[in-house]
Design a protein around this ligand. Structure first.
Ligand code: KG4
Ligand code: ZN
Length: 331
């Protein structure tokens, strides 16, 4: 059983042998947060409290299992919003204690990466491009359950930049899918910066790009000019994808990986999926895995998938398990 409550999705899944999804129930709170233009932590926690038992029962019903069938419970221990994480952690501890089931606390981003194992068995060494609302990272893996961050964002995460740019264009939260849609209706006619950083760095930076988009809009407004939002969205998306794909290709070559995985909410981006497929289609010896949309955004099947690996590796959490908003994937 996987349990996920790190942000604004209450999710429980039942997965067989870490790979076969028996059920994957997600209760999204997006509608409640929309009018605030972002996730309100206190509201998120309250929704998780209301939803967790309902979602858990539904996941078990859909999978047609009882507590006796559950070998282990994996729960997102961090990173995320502390009040939100606490609901999942405490639900997992309650079930583990009441039914004497082993408990395994796992890392949310490791979960996003392992969403790919629900599609295909992984081959190592591999490289994962993690792009979510809170993280943008290139993670190198030599074997199951070990993670080395070779590059990360120095400021905004890719999803965060999408959401902020969307807000400037008066699009609803979360803005990523709206920008993606608009971008396909426009052309990248506006020149925007790409933050390559130092020659040998796999780090990212998106705050300069975000500011450039906002300045372009404001300057045009002041001059009384009209900027087509489609073209601005297309130009922004082109810049994000250019940097993400170029650095991923470079790292895949340098680290001589067998596979490249895409992970996280922004992995749902059509432009990014297409660009990666295009670049890796003719790269010999490197296989690209991209999860279906339902496994890109937050869900609990991915938490069960990494939980199963950590369980096999002997990891057990005690009932002292706590939410850890700053949990480090390498540790
Ligand atoms: O992984 P996720 O569900 O939550 C976190 O762990 O952060 O990612 C959510 C992020 C949001 O910023 C959302 O705007 C972005 O993923 N997103 C997208 C798309 N779909 C979701 N960004 C760009 N294009 C999309 N199609
Ligand atoms: Zn996530």
């Amino acid at each position: 059983m996987g349990i996920e409550t790190s942000c604004d999705e209450t999710a429980v899944a039942i997965v067989r042998n870490g790979r076969e999804i028996l059920s994957n129930v997600v209760a999204s709170q997006i509608e409640s947060h929309k009018r605030f233009g972002g996730v309100v932590p206190e509201i998120a926690s309250r929704h998780h409290v209301e939803e967790i038992t309902i979602v858990l029962e539904e996941a078990m019903k859909q999978a047609n299992v009882t507590f006796e069938d559950i070998d282990a419970i994996a729960v997102t221990e961090g990173p995320g919003l502390v009040g939100a994480l606490l609901i999942g952690v405490n639900a997992a501890k309650a079930v583990a204690f009441a039914h004497n089931i082993p408990l395994v606390g796992v890392h949310h981003i490791a979960g996003h990466i392992y969403a790919n194992r629900l599609i295909e068995e992984l081959e190592f060494p591999l490289l994962s491009l993690v792009v979510s609302g809170g993280h943008t990272e290139l993670v190198y893996m030599e074997e199951h359950g070990t993670f080395q961050v070779i590059g990360e964002t120095r400021d905004d995460a890719a999803g965060e930049a999408y959401d902020k740019v969307a807000r400037t264009l008066n699009l609803p939260y979360p803005g990523g899918p709206h920008i993606d849609r608009l971008a396909h209706e426009g052309e990248p006619t506006i020149s925007l910066p790409r933050a390559w950083l130092e020659e040998d760095s796999y780090d990212f930076s998106f705050s300069g790009l975000k500011s450039a988009v906002i300045n372009t809009l404001h300057n045009a407004e002041q001059r009384g000019e009209i900027i087509e939002p489609e073209n601005l969205a297309a130009s922004f998306q082109a810049s994000v994808i250019d940097v993400l794909v170029t650095k991923t290709v470079k790292a895949a070559k340098e680290y001589k990986v067998k596979e490249v995985l895409l992970a996280g909410g922004v992995a749902a981006n059509k432009g990014l999926r297409y660009a990666l497929e295009n670049r890796f289609s003719d790269m010999e010896g490197v296989k690209l895995i991209i999860p279906p949309l339902s496994l890109c955004t937050d869900n609990a099947a991915m938490i069960a998938a990494i939980g199963s690996i950590m369980y096999e590796k002997g990891k057990r959490s005690t009932l002292a398990l706590n939410a850890n908003p700053g949990l480090d994937i390498e540790k």
